[in-house]
Design a protein around this ligand. Structure first.
Ligand SMILES: [Zn+2]
Length: 417
């Protein structure tokens, strides 16, 4: 993971979009060969990347890499113009722009890139996107179970491409470690372009939240809230948004099981240990959000939303519908909460017309609503201790459905802005 020796040589020689036609640089490590190096950067599926690598480094194709030497990667550095990838690179192809966005996010996710391109304006464009599109692909040199000899990659190597025409998707789909091994990002649209979401699955670390009991098993609120949160994050990402999972679990991706084991290893963005005290836990995550919020605000994000997701509504005896809180002093939060409530209500009425939806929107002075700077909404999905709510949450399709409905509501909210 500590492979952060990517160096930027940012020399603004002229007013062109590209920073003096610079490439992303990397320092070769002991034992590294070109194939494993390019595989780290997910560049190993195009022959063009290999050819370019040798060309820009003035190497013959059988040359061995020298460790500690700086090499250029076949990734062009563009100065992101703050508007869109398409205008930055001067190419109207929306699918290309989505692939490039996904590529940058993946590099950030695995730690090869240190800052979101929206924030530092350094956009990475793999050279095959601009110079040799349609060039022939090569079989990935790394199969899923053969890691480079130097060290294991930070995430699993993606499977070989199933579709060799990368017109609408990345050759092998994008994978983010946070979503788990078998989850592939499939870009659907860029309709949430320039929107930033901070998703806080409630509790985590030493705090499991409420605990329900079912079939002799403990149901921890934080695990189920986290699963719904990840599914929502994936939906948002697939539609062009920038998404931050604030509470994170590095080894629990999206899970389909009925019973999600309770664990205590969640961390706070980017990778901080979650403290025991409730006040310090909340302060930690609020300040993680606010730091990012300031940066994205400076970069003129169109909308920024913080979403706190819980499954511990108070009333133990009553089954509860999804309901919402906003801060009393946040009219913006109230508008977003009302939109989400409206969307969810419509879905309930569509799927269970006889039942009647009773989810409310209320003002409440909660720490995470008060202390976070983006427009914030607190979402109570139900009560993990209630038998009928449990029945909802142990079924993966229900967890997915609620994530989809929240996504729909957020799209409506975005469109109003
Ligand atoms: Zn909770």
């Amino acid at each position: 993971m500590k492979r952060l020796f990517v160096l930027f040589f940012i020399t603004l020689l002229n007013a062109s979009l590209i920073w003096s036609q610079d490439y992303v640089n990397v320092v070769a490590r002991p034992g590294e060969d070109v194939q494993s190096l390019l595989a780290w950067y997910k560049l190993h599926e195009y022959q063009c990347n290999f050819d370019k690598f040798y060309e820009i480094n003035n190497l013959k194709s059988d040359t061995k890499l020298q460790h500690n030497k700086v090499y250029k990667l076949p990734i062009l550095l563009y100065r992101y113009n703050g508007k869109s990838i398409r205008t930055t690179i001067g190419d109207e192809d929306i699918n290309k722009a989505l692939r490039i966005k996904a590529y940058n996010e993946q590099m950030l996710e695995v730690g090869l890139m240190t800052t979101n391109f929206v924030l530092n304006r350094a956009l990475w464009v793999p050279i095959y996107e601009v110079e040799c599109k349609g060039g022939k692909t090569v079989n990935p040199p790394l199969a899923t179970n053969t890691n480079p000899t130097t060290s294991a990659p930070p995430i699993s190597t993606p499977p070989p491409p199933t579709n060799t025409s990368p017109a609408t998707s990345m050759p092998s789909g994008q994978q983010y470690a946070i979503f788990g091994k078998n989850q592939t990002i499939k870009m659907q649209s860029d309709k949430l372009q320039n929107a930033v979401y901070y998703i806080v699955a409630g509790h985590g670390g030493p705090d499991t939240g409420a605990i329900g009991s079912r079939s002799g098993k403990d149901l921890c609120e934080d695990e189920y809230a986290y699963d719904v949160s990840l599914r929502l994050a994936k939906n948002l990402l697939e539609n062009g948004a920038t998404v931050y999972m604030i509470t994170r679990d590095n080894n629990d991706g999206i899970r389909d099981e009925r019973y999600l084991p309770c664990d205590y290893d969640e961390v706070c963005w980017p990778n901080k240990k979650i403290p025991r005290g409730q006040k310090s836990r909340l302060t930690q995550r609020a300040s993680a959000i606010n730091d990012l919020y300031d940066k994205h605000k400076a970069r003129k994000a169109k909308v920024q939303r913080a979403l706190m997701i819980h499954i511990d509504s108070r009333s133990q005896s009553n089954q509860t519908d999804v309901f919402f809180y906003h801060h009393p002093a946040s009219p913006g939060g109230k508008v977003v909460a009302n939109q989400l409530q409206k969307t969810i209500k419509a879905q309930y009425e569509k799927h269970q017309p006889s039942r009647g939806y009773k989810g409310t929107v209320t003002a409440r002075d909660l720490h995470m609503l008060r202390e976070t700077n983006p427009t914030a909404v607190y979402i109570e999905l139900g009560n993990i201790r209630h038998e009928r709510d449990q029945r909802r949450f142990v079924v993966k399709d229900n967890r997915q459905a609620i994530a989809n409905w929240l996504m729909d509501g957020l799209v409506e909210d975005y469109l109003r802005n």
